[in-house]
Design a protein around this ligand. Structure first.
Ligand SMILES: *[C@@H]1O[C@H](CO)[C@@H](O)[C@H](O)[C@H]1NC(C)=O
Length: 147
């Protein structure tokens, strides 16, 4: 019985880490489920490649690949982080960041979101692309979240 349990835990960990998603050190339980669903939905709906997604994790922001830009915007929307005006919902942001022990980054999230959504004449998916670049630039590398 003990063997079965630890085997399935190991299996879950292996599967999760191969998706690079559910690192329990990063995402709390509640957020992990959300992250997984948002990733699937946005990947399927935009047709983005895993390569482009992995690129963002290491600071690659190609401006000529619409799929990754739409994916990025989709993630923010599908994670339920945005209000009707595409502003981050502050209470919720704080809840998730607290769960991940990243509360120190809250001000940067809010500022990057504020600045990006002020860009005049820029389509919304490109505003969120700019926001994601702003986050990469201003958040410590080890705290940067993309999935
Ligand atoms: C947002 O814009 C303000 C005003 O230009 C700037 O001072 C601030 O650094 C920007 N925030 C980030 C996180 O880049």
């Amino acid at each position: 019985m003990k063997f079965v349990t630890s085997t399935s835990i190991l299996l879950i960990l292996l599967i999760s880490s191969s998706f690079g998603l559910l690192d329990p050190k990063r995402f709390g339980k509640k957020f992990a489920a959300l992250v997984y669903r948002a990733h699937r939905l946005c990947k399927d709906s935009t047709g983005v490649t895993q390569q482009l997604i992995d690129g963002v994790k290491v600071g690659q922001f190609p401006d000529n690949e619409p799929s990754i830009q739409y994916y990025t915007f989709c993630l923010w929307g599908a994670s339920g982080e945005l209000d009707d005006n595409y502003k981050l919902i502050k209470d919720q942001l704080i809840e998730y960041l607290t769960e991940m022990d990243l509360l120190e980054d809250a001000g940067t999230y809010l500022s990057c979101n504020e600045n990006a959504t002020k860009l005049v004449g820029v389509p919304i998916h490109k505003q969120f692309w700019e926001m994601q670049k702003c986050l990469y630039k201003n958040i410590p590398t080890e705290n940067f979240i993309f999935f």
